[in-house]
Design a protein around this ligand. Structure first.
Ligand code: SAM
Length: 292
C-alpha cells in the first residue's frame, strides 16, 4: 500500500523531489488533509459508475481520492510544471486523465463526450484556484453541461454570496445567477491549516445540484442576468434608480420601467436585495419587450 498524497510529509517529499515552487498567481494552495478530501468526495455522492471532472489537480491530492471512488477522473491543469509530477503520483490510478489546458478556454462538452461516453452520472469536484472561482462555476453552468452538479472548495466569502437568501447582505447577482441553475448549499467550513501554503482567507465547500429546469423560466436568460446585475449596480439605490442608470436610454424610459415594475408587482422604491428570484424573473420578462 502506498501512502496518500495529501499528507504533510508525502506532499513535502513530492514538492522537494521536483523542486516545485508555488505560483500564487495560479491560486496554488494544496490540500494536505485526507479527511477533508474524503469529506469533499463524500458530498459529491459518487458511485463506481460515476465520472468526475476536476479543475486544477495540483499534485493529485484530490484526484487520487476521486480515482478510488469513481469510474473515471478527467482533470484540467494549467501549470505545465505539474504534468510530470502528476504522471508520477497518479501512476497507480489508470482511470485518471490529465488535460493540460486552462479550463476557461477548454471545450468541456467535447471532452465530456469523448471521455465519459456511455456514462450518465458526472460531477465536477475541485479545490478551485481562488482567483477564478466565479468564472469557472459560471462557465460550467451557462454551458449547460450534462453534469449532475458541482462540489467545490472556494473562499468562504464567495460561498456565502452564492448560497445567500433574499434580504441578506450577501444576496446579489451571483446568488441569483447560481441559484437560477442549481440548489446551492454550503456543506463544510474549512480551516486555513489544511493547505500549503495557507491561503489568506477562510474556505468552504459548496454543493451545487443542477435543477432539471431553471427555477423560473424567462424569455431571455441574457436579459434576465442584465437586469439582475443592473439592479445591484449600487446596492443602496432603489431598483428604479439602478434600472434607470443601467438599462439603455430610449424614449419614455422611466415610464417603461415603472410600468414593468407594476406589471411584476414590485414597488419602485424597493432595493434589489429584497427581490426574490421569481420577482426578478417576472420583472425581466415585463421589461424585455421594451428593451429588446
Ligand atoms: N487539487 C489540488 C489540491 O487540492 O491540493 C490543487 C488545488 S489548487 C487550489 C488550484 C489548482 O488549479 C492549481 O494546481 C493550479 O495550477 C490550477 N489552476 C489554476 N488556474 C487554472 C485554470 N485556469 N485552469 C486549470 N487549472 C488551473
Amino acid at each position: 500500500m502506498h501512502r496518500d498524497i495529501a499528507t504533510p510529509v508525502r506532499t513535502k517529499e513530492i514538492l522537494q523531489k521536483y523542486g516545485f515552487s508555488f505560483k500564487k498567481s495560479l491560486g496554488q494552495n494544496f490540500l494536505i488533509d485526507t479527511n477533508i478530501l474524503r469529506n469533499i468526495v463524500d458530498n459529491a455522492g459518487l458511485t463506481e459508475e460515476s465520472g468526475a471532472i476536476e479543475v486544477g489537480p495540483g499534485i493529485g491530492a484530490l484526484t487520487e481520492q476521486l480515482a478510488k471512488r469513481c469510474k473515471k477522473v478527467v482533470a484540467f491543469e494549467i501549470d505545465q510544471r505539474l504534468l510530470p509530477i502528476l504522471e508520477d503520483t497518479l501512476a497507480p490510478y489508470g482511470n485518471t486523465t490529465i488535460i493540460h489546458q486552462d479550463v476557461l478556454k477548454a471545450n468541456v462538452r467535447e471532452v465530456m463526450e469523448r471521455e465519459f461516453a456511455g456514462m450518465d452520472d458526472v460531477m465536477v469536484v475541485a479545490n478551485l484556484p481562488y482567483y477564478v472561482t466565479t468564472p469557472i462555476i459560471m462557465k460550467l453552468l451557462e454551458e449547460r453541461l450534462p453534469i449532475r452538479g458541482i462540489v467545490v472548495m472556494l473562499q468562504k466569502e464567495v460561498a456565502d454570496r452564492i448560497s445567500a437568501k433574499p434580504g441578506t447582505k450577501d444576496y446579489g447577482s451571483l446568488s441569483i445567477a447560481i441559484q437560477y441553475y442549481t440548489v446551492a448549499e454550503t456543506v463544510m467550513i474549512v480551516p486555513k491549516t489544511v493547505f500549503i501554503p495557507q491561503p489568506n482567507v477562510d474556505s468552504a465547500v459548496i454543493r451545487l445540484t443542477r435543477r432539471k429546469e431553471p427555477l423560473f423560466p424567462v424569455i431571455s436568460e441574457d436579459f434576465f442576468f442584465t437586469v439582475t446585475r443592473g439592479s445591484f449596480a449600487q446596492r443602496r439605490k432603489t431598483i428604479l434608480n439602478n434600472l434607470m442608470s443601467q438599462l439603455p436610454d430610449g424614449k419614455a424610459k422611466k415610464e417603461m420601467i415603472l410600468s414593468s415594475l407594476q406589471e411584476a408587482g414590485v414597488e419602485p422604491g424597493r432595493r434589489g436585495e429584497s427581490l426574490s428570484i421569481e420577482e426578478f424573473a417576472r420583472l425581466s420578462d415585463a421589461l424585455y419587450p421594451y428593451f429588446n
